[in-house]
Design a protein around this ligand. Structure first.
Ligand code: PLP
Length: 385
């Protein structure tokens, strides 16, 4: 009964102000990393409350790679990461010749289970990469305690966590080595493609700034505005090409300005779902503890035991009703590359594997109307009620 327009799983919220800002950057004659990106970095740091270094990049994946490289992660090293994540979290570990060690999730939050982290530590372990799944902060007290005990780095994959707080502190201001945010099209704000590395560590920041652009000791904008000859630069390492364009930076500045309103809308939609779906045979996503912020990047449902339909049937019936869904995620231990390379089996990750079998994500995006949300709620009641 597909009576109205298709509701996609996600849709970016881009208005005339963003379009004007991008057009302005294009007309300015400076389209690569320049004044817009600089201003975006500054404003992003201000949004987080200041006192941090912000390094804009062309994806969060690039940012995670830069951060691990700056930490000196290399062949023979191990990095702990959750199995219930996107492959970007762990592929960057392999870029550097190191090995991810996957850990199961907590069945309530679906975040990495701190109880299982310690068992995964070996003499080769160098870092932990928590992922704030769906926008709910990991138990960072426990993770920092483990990191301190074993002298490990902490790199937050904060792709879902803008803005998210842990015990009142914004992700980006926690005492990790670095946090990396994503501005991919479906994230809580977008630059088309893009990411931001945030750190308080001056040495890490300096290395990442050099490696972001070919291993050049200063970027192109500096070259063309400072007093030293424009043609002179020094290569200090075989760097990467990870800088953000000024069109993306201009788009990001407008989206960042709208982020508080985006969050408010996401919170409204999430609270409405939590209320309207509570009688159905579903496990609802964990809310943030009182006083903390859940970014509500994702709204992940799980079928309760004894539900009369399967997960795949729910997804099909929602699709028949004109509603897009997704699954976050096929856990990495089930993906051929990771499974085969590290001989991983579902039994090694019982909670993530069980969650995977029953999970599906429903649309939650700021441009969604109340009427669209009510259609989704009604469809779920029709399927599961
Ligand atoms: C989206 C995402 C990334 C990668 O972000 P990009 O900006 O697309 O590179 C990394 N980790 C997680 C958990 C993500 O959801």
């Amino acid at each position: 009964m597909n009576t109205s327009a298709f509701i996609p799983f996600a849709r970016p919220d881009i208005g005339e102000e963003e379009i004007a800002a991008v057009a302005h950057a294009m007309r300015s004659g400076w389209v690569t990393t320049g004044p817009e990106t600089r201003a975006f970095e500054q404003e992003f740091g201000d949004f987080l409350g200041g006192g941090v270094q912000c390094i804009a990049v062309n994806s969060a994946t690039a940012g995670l790679h830069l951060a691990l490289e700056a930490m000196g992660i290399g062949p023979g090293d191990e990095v702990i990461a959750p199995t219930l994540t996107f492959t970007a979290t762990t592929e960057v570990i392999r870029y550097l010749g190191a090995d991810p060690v996957l850990v199961d999730c907590d069945p309530f939050t679906l975040n990495i289970d701190p109880c299982k982290i310690e068992a995964a530590i070996t003499p080769r372990t160098k870092a932990i990469m928590p992922v704030h799944y769906g926008g709910l902060a990991c138990d960072m007290d426990r993770i920092f305690a483990i990191a301190q005990k074993y002298q490990l780095r902490v790199l937050e994959d904060a792709a879902h966590a803008l803005p998210t707080t842990w015990k009142g502190t914004l992700v980006g201001q926690l005492p990790s080595d670095a946090a990396v945010f994503s501005f991919y099209a479906n994230k809580t704000m977008t630059t088309g493609e893009g990411g931001m590395v945030v750190t308080k560590d001056e040495a890490l920041a300096a290395r990442m700034k050099v490696m972001r652009l070919h291993g050049i000791n200063r970027d192109a904008f500096d070259r063309f505005t400072s007093k030293t000859p424009a043609w002179y630069y020094e290569i200090v390492a075989p760097g990467f090409k990870y800088n953000m364009t000024d069109m993306a930076g201009a788009l990001g500045r407008v989206q960042l300005k709208r982020l508080p309103a985006f969050l408010k809308r996401r919170q409204q939609l999430a609270q409405r779902y939590l209320e309207a779906l509570k009688e159905l045979p579903l496990i609802l996503p964990a809310d943030a503890p009182a006083g903390d912020v859940h970014s509500w990047h994702l709204f992940v449902l799980r079928l309760a035991e004894g539900a009369k339909v399967t997960r795949d049937e729910v997804i099909q019936q929602l699709s028949d009703a004109g509603i897009g869904t997704s699954v976050h995620y096929v856990p990495l231990h089930r993906q051929p590359y990771w499974r085969d390379r590290y001989q991983l089996t579902p039994e090694m990750f019982p909670e993530a594997d069980k969650a995977y079998q029953s999970m599906f994500s429903i649309p939650l995006f700021t441009a969604m109307s109340d009427a669209e949300q009510e259609r989704i709620i009604a469809a779920l009641h029709a399927i599961l009620g």
